[in-house]
Design a protein around this ligand. Structure first.
Ligand SMILES: *Cc1c(COP(=O)(O)O)cnc(C)c1O
Length: 395
C-alpha cells in the first residue's frame, strides 16, 4: 500500500484543486471508524458529510450491493427495474408523497425540484424564495438558489429566478411573495450554513403562508432527511405536509443517489420527455438505498439512538462550553450538531484530526458533528474526550 504522503503528492499532480482537503488518506472503514494506509484509526464524526448514517460498510447495505452487482448494474430509464420500484414504494409508504423521481446527487434532486416548480406554476410564476445562509448545491441553478455569496463568487451571471430572504423570518417571506412567486425552498435546519435551527413553528408558518398565496413549499432535506434529525424526515417534527421534498446524502449510505418526492397531481407536471437522467435510480443505487430505508423502518432503535446520542453529544459539548470560552454556542437536533466558536474553526478541526477524530466545518466558525446514527455511548464519550484534548491545545 502506498503511503499517505505519496498518495497526497500524486493527487496534487493529477486532480483539480477545487477542494480544501485535510491531509488524510482513508483506505477502509467499519461502523464509525476509518483507517489510513499506515493503519492509523480515526473516530469518524463526519460520516462522509452526514452520508454513511448506518456506519461504514454496513453489512446489510454491502450485501445488497453485492447481490445486485451480480445480477444487473445498469439499464437506463428506458426500462423498468424492481429495485427502483421497491425503493419508491418504501419512500412513499413512509412519507407524504406518492411519486418519486430518482437522480444521483443532492444538486440534481434540487435541480429536478426547480424544474418541477417551473413547469407546474407556469411562465408567469417562476420565482423561488430561498433563505440567506442556505445551501442547495453547486450546479448553476442550485448555486443561484443558495443564499451564500462565497459559493457564487466568480460564477456570474447566475440564472435568474431566485430571491433570498433572512432565515427564520416568515414575515420576510410574506413581504417578498408577489405575483411572480412560484415557491419557497428551505432546509428545515441549515446544514452547510452553520447548523442553524429555526424557532419552533417556522415551517408551519411557511406552510400557511404558501397555502394563502397559492404557491409551493419545497423542503431541501438532503442533509436533514433519512433519519439524521431523529425522524425519517425532518418535516415530521413540525406537523406539516410539504409539496415536495429532496433527499440525497444519507439515502444510499454512501452509494450516490438523490430523490425528489411529491404528490401525484404535482408530479404530473413533469410528463414524459420533460426531465431525465441516464444513471438516476440505477439498480445498484436503489438496492443500496432500499437496504437503508428498510433498516431505518424495521429497526426503531436507530432513530431512538439518534435522538439519545444527539442529546448526549450536545450535553457533553455544553459542558465543554462552560469551561472553554472559545465555544460560543452548541446547537443541533438529532445527530446534526454544531459547535460555534468565537474564531475560525478550521484550526480546531485540524487539531482534532491530530487526536484521531474526524470533524467537518459548517461555515467559518462552526464545527459540525454528524456521526453515524448508530454511534454508541462509548463512541460519543470518546469523541468528546478527543475534542476536549484538541480544545485544550488550541484555546
Ligand atoms: C449537500 C447538500 C446539497 C448538495 O448535494 P450534492 O450531493 O453535494 O450535490 C444540497 N442541499 C443540502 C441541504 C445539502 O446539505
Amino acid at each position: 500500500m502506498p503511503t499517505t504522503d505519496s498518495i497526497i503528492s500524486r493527487a496534487a499532480r493529477v486532480l483539480f484543486s477545487n477542494y480544501a482537503r485535510f491531509p488524510v488518506v482513508l483506505t477502509k472503514g467499519r461502523d464509525c471508524r476509518v483507517y489510513d494506509p499506515e493503519g492509523r484509526a480515526y473516530l469518524d464524526f463526519v460520516a462522509g458529510i452526514a452520508v454513511t448514517s448506518l456506519g461504514h460498510c454496513h453489512p446489510k447495505v454491502t450485501v445488497a450491493i453485492q447481490k445486485q452487482a451480480q445480477r444487473l448494474v445498469h439499464t437506463s430509464n428506458l426500462f423498468y427495474t424492481l429495485p427502483q420500484v421497491e425503493l419508491a414504494e418504501a419512500l412513499t409508504a413512509a412519507s407524504f408523497a406518492d411519486r418519486v423521481f430518482f437522480c444521483n446527487s443532492g444538486a440534481e434532486a434540487n435541480e429536478a425540484a426547480i424544474k418541477l416548480v417551473r413547469k407546474a406554476m407556469g411562465p408567469e410564476r417562476f420565482e423561488i424564495i430561498t433563505v440567506r445562509g442556505s445551501f442547495h448545491g453547486r450546479t448553476l441553478n442550485t448555486m443561484a438558489a443558495t443564499g451564500q455569496d462565497k459559493v457564487k463568487a466568480g460564477f456570474e451571471p447566475l440564472p435568474p429566478g431566485f430571491v433570498h430572504v433572512p432565515f427564520d423570518d416568515p414575515d420576510a417571506v410574506a413581504a417578498t411573495v408577489g405575483p411572480t412567486t412560484a415557491a419557497v425552498l428551505v432546509e428545515p435546519v441549515l446544514g452547510e450554513g452553520g447548523v442553524r435551527l429555526p424557532a419552533p413553528g417556522y415551517l408551519k408558518a411557511l406552510r400557511e403562508l404558501c397555502d394563502r398565496a397559492g404557491i409551493l413549499l419545497v423542503l431541501d432535506e438532503i442533509q436533514t432527511g433519512v433519519g439524521r434529525l431523529g425522524t425519517l424526515f425532518a418535516y415530521e417534527q413540525d406537523g406539516i405536509t410539504p409539496d415536495a421534498v429532496t433527499l440525497a446524502k444519507g439515502l444510499g449510505n454512501g452509494f450516490p443517489i438523490g430523490a425528489l418526492l411529491a404528490r401525484a397531481p404535482l408530479a404530473r407536471a413533469l410528463g414524459p420527455g420533460t426531465h431525465g437522467t441516464t444513471f438516476g435510480g440505477g439498480p445498484l443505487a436503489c438496492a443500496a438505498a432500499l437496504a437503508v430505508v428498510r433498516a431505518l423502518r424495521e429497526d426503531p432503535w436507530i432513530l431512538e439512538n439518534t435522538l439519545r446520542m444527539g442529546e448526549r453529544l450536545k450535553g457533553g459539548l455544553e459542558a465543554l462550553a462552560r469551561r472553554f470560552p472559545a465555544i460560543r454556542e452548541v446547537r443541533g437536533r438529532g445527530l446534526l450538531v454544531g459547535c460555534e466558536l468565537d474564531r475560525p474553526a478550521r484550526p480546531l478541526v485540524e487539531a482534532c484530526l491530530a487526536q484521531g477524530l474526524l470533524l467537518s466545518l459548517a461555515g467559518e466558525q462552526v464545527v459540525r458533528f454528524s456521526p453515524p446514527l448508530t454511534v454508541r455511548d462509548a463512541d460519543v464519550d470518546e469523541g468528546l474526550a478527543l475534542f476536549e484534548k484538541a480544545l485544550g491545545k488550541g484555546s
